[in-house]
Design a protein around this ligand. Structure first.
Ligand SMILES: [Mn+2]
Length: 312
């Protein structure tokens, strides 16, 4: 496994934390302040050089920039120009040897939680989703529209992903269920298997194994991970507890998933890819600046992940 962490740009304290924990590879969120042109190689080079100079080699882009991705998923009037820009990113990524981009198929509503103040061990705070508390929006999309938009996207980009050797790593829907009139399709192993092996099959199309999301779907990780093993491009090392209708994050050592045993399973299945911790608790003295991405919890989570990696 290749230990990574999640980085925003420009530099903030999470860069120092990760570097001090021994992280040398990065999952990069591209700048969204409007000054960064996604199709401009010199803009990418500046960001890339700043990371490398700090001691972090970017290896994954996450997420596919929402300014493009949102139009592509919704299939609106800006879809084609957005797809064109995605395709123009691939040769730039190839030149910088950034092989993987994490994308998802949640249209209109992204990663979604109903609470951010649920009490975890010792008074730490975590986020959670409870369907009973969810307030629907006016947005609407059907399962058929989602599948059609997904196929349209793949048909356009897969030839270029193959040409430039870029891996597309599909993240499951979180929560993995319909939200009001907003349908969801990446909500089960069967659907995700179809999405990566049945629509436009390609060796460059696989998954981000956000293991806790599969657990919340009700899937058995001991079946899903072996079945997807060759198509796991990236791992979100995440724990959780609850059911699809009502679940919450936990400390990485305090949820329903036996994390060390899952690491053994990845090894047994030959999965050797970039891995990062996901969704940490907010700990004492911290303001919840970025839900699930605050600093102190990351110290613990990265250390815990490193320990398991070394032991396994
Ligand atoms: Mn995830």
């Amino acid at each position: 496994m290749l230990l990574t962490d999640y980085f925003r740009y420009p530099k903030d304290s999470t860069w120092d934390i990760a570097r001090q924990c021994g992280v040398e590879h990065g999952v990069i969120r591209l700048p969204e302040d409007g000054s960064f042109d996604l199709t401009n190689a010199s803009h990418w080079q500046k960001v890339y050089d700043d990371f490398v100079d700090f001691g972090i080699k970017p290896v994954i882009i996450e997420p596919m920039p929402n300014e493009l991705h949102d139009h592509i998923k919704a299939g609106d009037e800006k879809r084609d120009e957005s797809i064109e820009k995605v395709i123009k990113m691939f040769p730039i990524m190839d030149k910088l040897d950034i092989r993987t981009i994490c994308f998802n198929w949640m249209a209109h509503i992204g990663w979604c939680r109903t609470r951010a103040d649920i009490v975890e061990r010792g008074g730490a705070k975590v986020t959670g989703f409870n369907m009973a508390e969810f307030v629907p929006t006016d947005a609407c999309i059907t399962e058929k529209e989602l599948w059609d938009n997904y196929e349209y996207f793949l048909k356009a980009v897969i030839p270029y992903a193959e040409k430039y050797g870029i891996n597309l790593a599909l993240h499951p829907d979180d929560p993995p269920t319909k939200l009001g009139n907003v349908s969801r399709i990446m909500t089960s192993f069967a659907n995700i298997d179809k999405a990566i092996n049945g629509v436009v099959p390609s060796k460059n199309l696989g998954v981000t194994m956000c293991q806790a999301t599969y657990h919340i779907m009700g899937e058995d990780l001991y079946k899903v991970i072996p079945a997807l093993a060759e198509k796991i491009f990236f791992i979100h090392f995440r724990n959780t507890t609850g059911t699809i209708q009502n679940y919450r994050e936990t400390f990485h050592d305090n949820g329903a998933i036996d994390m060390a045993d899952i690491m053994k399973l990845y090894k047994k299945c030959g999965v050797d890819v970039p891995i990062r911790v996901d969704h940490v608790p907010t700990m004492v003295g911290e303001d919840m600046v970025n839900q699930g991405y605050d600093a102190i919890g990351r110290f613990f989570a990265i250390g815990y992940l490193k320990g398991i990696m070394q032991a396994v």
